[in-house]
Design a protein around this ligand. Structure first.
Ligand SMILES: NC(=O)c1ccc[n+]([C@@H]2O[C@H](COP(=O)([O-])OP(=O)(O)OC[C@H]3O[C@@H](n4cnc5c(N)ncnc54)[C@H](OP(=O)(O)O)[C@@H]3O)[C@@H](O)[C@H]2O)c1
Length: 318
């Protein structure tokens, strides 16, 4: 199996051959046609907390990053009855199950980590869904309970990024007032996605955001203290939830204590991906792709992502 790997966390990504491990009974082997790029991919290479966890729980051998993939099934384990060779699928790898990442020619994952793709859904679009789309969905609906609220209102901080551009749309699709905070250059994009765009460069940001609130859920997809707890908490309805997609150590106490601040871990699998695939296939959800990058140039993709200015998603194509 050919994978893009680095020997240690700081080495450049290079193609290398790994011996195929035998397919487990409940697994499928998938030819990777596209792999979405997420900040976690380069963060793991820098040895962040997840990188350490990967070293402890992940497979022995070189570091192969990447979670998101879309492609066609090449082989199925003997207990797999719901997928067959040739099926088009999208999914996410999971190092805690001993799996290598998706920057590879093929991945081996459990069948229930894959959702079927209809023919009208492009591999590149689908490959952008797993981490970013599932995280947005989890913030709004599992944690924010947006579908159970009356007069639902969502505020998305970081509305032009991977997580944010999905969150703006998903809130709107499910009937909520969807307000997205972004830079001046991304105001038109957020409006096009159906959100009320608020430019973070304006003088009284708090008043501009408060005008459309209070909110049932605030998704902070920026982190790094850009939007202070005080700023967010006074914008929440009673019973509202502030979801920190990127918690920093200063947030750990408020997350641990009962209260409105929580964090999220997006977990892509068949169950979490299927509703997103359905929205994509129906044309209600759009994937904004800043650039499709050949997988050979994954190193450049990481440089672009690391700069923190990506609009929508970057995706590696085989
Ligand atoms: N917990 C989880 O399960 C989970 C899942 C997915 C992602 N994450 C984390 O969440 C973060 C976001 O991920 P992502 O994929 O959405 O990242 P991304 O696509 O790289 O986000 C970049 C976007 O953020 C915008 N941005 C930067 N500073 C901003 C600010 N102060 N206010 C509003 N927008 C701002 C940028 O636009 P401008 O520069 O024009 O403002 C750019 O469009 C990353 O740190 C990632 O590691 C966590």
């Amino acid at each position: 199996m050919q994978v893009l790997s680095s020997v240690s966390h700081r080495d450049p990504l290079r193609w290398c051959d790994l011996p195929d491990r035998p397919l487990r009974l409940d697994e499928v082997r998938v030819n990777v046609r596209a792999a979405g790029v997420n900040p976690v991919d380069w963060k793991m290479r820098q040895g962040d907390l997840l990188g350490v966890a990967q070293r402890i729980l992940g497979p022995r051998g070189p570091l192969v990053v990447g979670v998101d993939f879309a492609g066609d099934v090449a082989q199925v384990g003997s207990n797999v009855t719901d997928l067959k060779v040739g099926d088009r699928v999208v999914g996410g790898t999971d190092f805690s199950r001993g799996q290598f990442g998706s920057y590879a020619r093929q991945v081996q994952v459990r069948a229930d980590q894959c959702a079927l793709l209809p023919d009208n859904v492009d591999f590149a679009d689908a490959a952008c869904l797993p981490v970013a789309g599932v995280t947005a969905q989890t913030c709004l609906f599992s944690l924010g309970k947006l579908k159970e609220r009356s007069d639902p209102r969502a505020l998305i901080l970081g509305a032009s990024g991977g997580v944010g551009h999905f969150a703006v749309q998903l809130a709107r699709i499910h009937g909520a007032v969807s307000v997205g905070v972004c830079s001046t250059r991304n105001v038109e994009l957020v409006k096009r996605l159906g959100g009320i765009a608020i430019d973070y460069n304006q003088t009284d940001l708090q008043a501009a955001v408060a005008h459309h609130g209070p909110y049932d859920v605030i998704v902070d997809a920026v982190g790094g203290g850009a939007y202070a707890a005080k700023f967010c908490l006074q914008l929440l309805k009673p019973g509202g939830v502030r979801v920190l997609v990127v918690p920093s150590p200063a947030d750990y106490l408020s997350i641990a204590l009962p209260g409105p601040t929580v964090t999220v871990l997006g977990r892509p699998n068949r169950e979490t991906l299927a509703p997103l695939v359905a929205e994509l296939a129906a044309g209600r959800l759009q994937v904004v792709i800043q650039e499709k990058i050949p997988m050979d140039q994954a190193e450049r993709a990481h440089e672009v992502s690391r700069a923190g200015k990506v609009v929508g998603k970057l995706v590696l194509v085989a």
